[in-house]
Design a protein around this ligand. Structure first.
Ligand code: ARG
Length: 591
């Protein structure tokens, strides 16, 4: 199915050509959704911007366009307003046929991408032996949703976990591991050292206090680099321990990721520096090798270098990212590479992107994008902390969401006089709790900071996961009450739209493709959330005004209308389910 917007665009293109000749073929009709329903559904603003080029009054341009515009199968006769806006109102018959087509399509009318790409989404990416913090949670949730949306369009997505599993801190950790668990290095395949973060702290304390230990740690780094067997094994044990802890979170959140950490690129780092040397960009500065950046300067106004080899000979985060970029282009064949991290890393990305471009490592057909996001704040507006002032552990945070969801559910069950089985309660609480956390994150424009509030995200009202899930459950309830098999409703019925709220809902349903096309490009999942929130609201208005199962006063109810409305309900539920699944959120039939 071609989206309404794209159909209209094609018709305008023909009209431009017919009215003004081939010169204007391909002119952007500047079509947008009408801001106010009284102006119709879509509006073209092109006439104003063509005035100069054509040497005509915008209104006259609009008139000529409209004379040549063949859209009578889609819209009512267009209206020209103000200086030259062209207002379009969709015909009910068009909406009816589109909805019927959407209903019978498993993709709900969303076409696959015409040119599927190989895309890398680099997300989550916590650091070994350190806490996976709320920033990583945001990256995980946003990155997963972006990957799901791109996959839905048929892109070949490689979901990469660029874990921080390399660096000098491992010298300290391995040296400490040797002291406290010497046996682990020779016997264990896996190790249970409990809390790895506490282990890290103790190792750090030991490192700071003891110079001999510092030297041992440094030697461990050298041994690790050289590939000494027992040092490597210790490193692996530490990574394995972290991996198990991260996996708990990924399992809860249903996140699929391929781990390819920084260590993977270690053998490729020397070549990055060598090849940079060949480009002539590399400069030696106080013993370090670096590239001076265009457009970046320090406080004194001096140009800023991007260091790729430190004076001690070591490589760093940027060198690794350059190596990873080359690998993803050359070996993975990626043509779009997306990095999801907090906006604090924006300059890091801008800097190594620049070096890659200037070095000629970025083919024209490859797009690299940093997808930044803001901070997670506590209800006091400051960086989120526990009541005791510690950093929040993700496991605790997710657990609390589930516990609170269960409490809310218990209260509601009591109010409604319902009794439910333990299994039902546990499942609903888990889905609602985790969805609430994901949705609260995704529904905000990712560029801004957001306040983490359990009360807000778990509320049944407002732009929340529970509100959305409830709209879905409502439709399933209608189905149960009317003993409807939604799978077969579409076979016999045709959509007939009569009431205002029904038409409004239909128009909104048909915008799904346009919205998803937008997110595919701008990678802003909150636009999908807004769409779903509007959908739930419009559905609730429809449901209040339009009887579905039987007429309000008990009079005879036209069977074809009943079937049509059931189809609209079903389509709403399917759209909610699809939309939520693209946010990584699953639905329940009852709650
Ligand atoms: N490990 C990094 C951190 O915790 C994030 C890595 C993001 N990906 C990348 N290719 N630099 O901040």
């Amino acid at each position: 199915m071609t989206s309404t917007l794209n159909q209209l665009k094609a018709r305008f293109d023909k009209a431009f050509t017919a009215a003004f000749g081939a010169d204007l073929t391909g002119t952007d009709p500047m079509l947008v959704l009408a801001t106010n329903p009284k102006f119709g559904d879509y509006q073209s603003n092109a006439a104003m911007s063509l005035a100069k080029k054509l040497g005509m009054k915008p209104r006259d341009i609009a008139l000529r366009v409209v004379e040549n515009l063949e859209i009578s199968d889609i819209c009512q006769p267009p209206e020209i307003a103000g200086p030259g806006f062209i207002n379009l109102t969709l015909k009910p018959a068009y909406l009816e046929s589109q909805l019927t087509a959407m209903q019978s399509d498993s993709r709900l009318g969303v076409p696959l991408a015409e040119n599927p790409q190989r895309v890398v989404v680099d997300f989550s990416s916590p650091n070994i032996a350190k806490e996976m913090h709320v920033g990583h949670l945001r990256s995980t949730i946003i990155g997963d949703s972006i990957a799901r949306i791109l996959e839905f369009f048929g892109h070949d997505v490689l979901r990469l976990n660029h874990v921080g599993d390399w660096g000098t801190q491992f010298g300290m950790l391995i040296a400490y591991l040797r002291e406290v668990y010497p046996e682990a290095l020779t016997t264990a395949n896996a190790l249970d050292i409990g809390d790895l973060v506490a282990f890290y702290k103790k190792a750090k304390q030991r490192f700071d206090e003891d110079e001999i230990f510092q030297e041992t740690a440094r030697q461990e780094v050298v041994k690790l680099q050289a590939g000494a067997e027992d040092t490597r094994r210790a490193w692996q044990l530490l990574c394995e321990q972290s991996r198990r802890e991260f996996q708990v979170i990924y399992d809860w959140l249903d996140i699929n990721l391929t781990e390819r950490g920084e260590s993977f690129y270690n053998p490729l780092l020397a070549a990055v520096v060598e090849d940079l040397e060949k480009t002539g960009l590399l400069v030696e500065n106080q013993g370090a090798k670096c590239v001076f950046l265009d457009g970046f300067s320090n406080k004194e106004g001096e140009p800023l270098p991007l260091i790729v080899k430190k004076s001690d000979g070591g490589y760093n985060y940027a060198t690794t990212d350059l190596a990873a970029l080359r690998y993803r282009i050359e070996k993975d064949g990626a043509t779009r590479i997306i990095y999801v991290t907090d906006s604090g890393q924006s300059s890091h990305f801008a800097q190594f992107f620049q070096v890659a471009k200037r070095a000629g490592w970025l083919p024209e057909n490859v797009e690299i994008v940093h997808v930044p996001f803001g901070l997670v704040l506590g209800e006091d507006g400051k960086k989120i902390k526990t009541r005791a002032g510690d950093t929040v552990r993700l496991k605790d945070l997710l657990n609390e969401a589930i516990e609170r969801a269960e409490k809310d559910l218990q209260t509601r069950l009591k109010e409604e006089g319902r009794t439910e089985e333990e299994g039902f309660i546990k499942n609903v609480a888990k889905v609602v709790g985790l969805s609430a956390v994901k949705y609260a994150d995704l529904s905000q424009n990712r560029n801004s900071n957001y306040i983490f509030s359990f009360d807000k995200m778990l509320a049944l009202q407002g732009n929340t996961a529970p509100y959305m899930l409830y709209a879905y459950v409502r439709v399933q309830g209608i189905g149960r009450k009317g003993e409807i098999d939604f799978d077969t409703v579409g076979d016999e019925a045709k959509v007939v739209l009569t009431e205002e709220s029904e038409l409004t809902l239909a128009k909104h349903l048909l915008q799904l493709t346009e919205i998803l096309n937008g997110v595919e490009i701008d990678l802003l999942p909150h636009r999908l959330c807004e769409y779903l929130f509007e959908l739930s609201k419009k559905f609730n208005q429809f449901y209040e005004q339009c009887p579905v199962l039987k007429s309000k006063d008990g009079s005879a109810f036209d069977e074809s209308q009943r079937m049509s409305r059931l189809m609209v309900c079903d389509l709403t539920a399917k759209t909610l389910k699809l939309g939520l699944s693209l946010l990584g959120i699953s639905v329940v039939d009852r709650m």
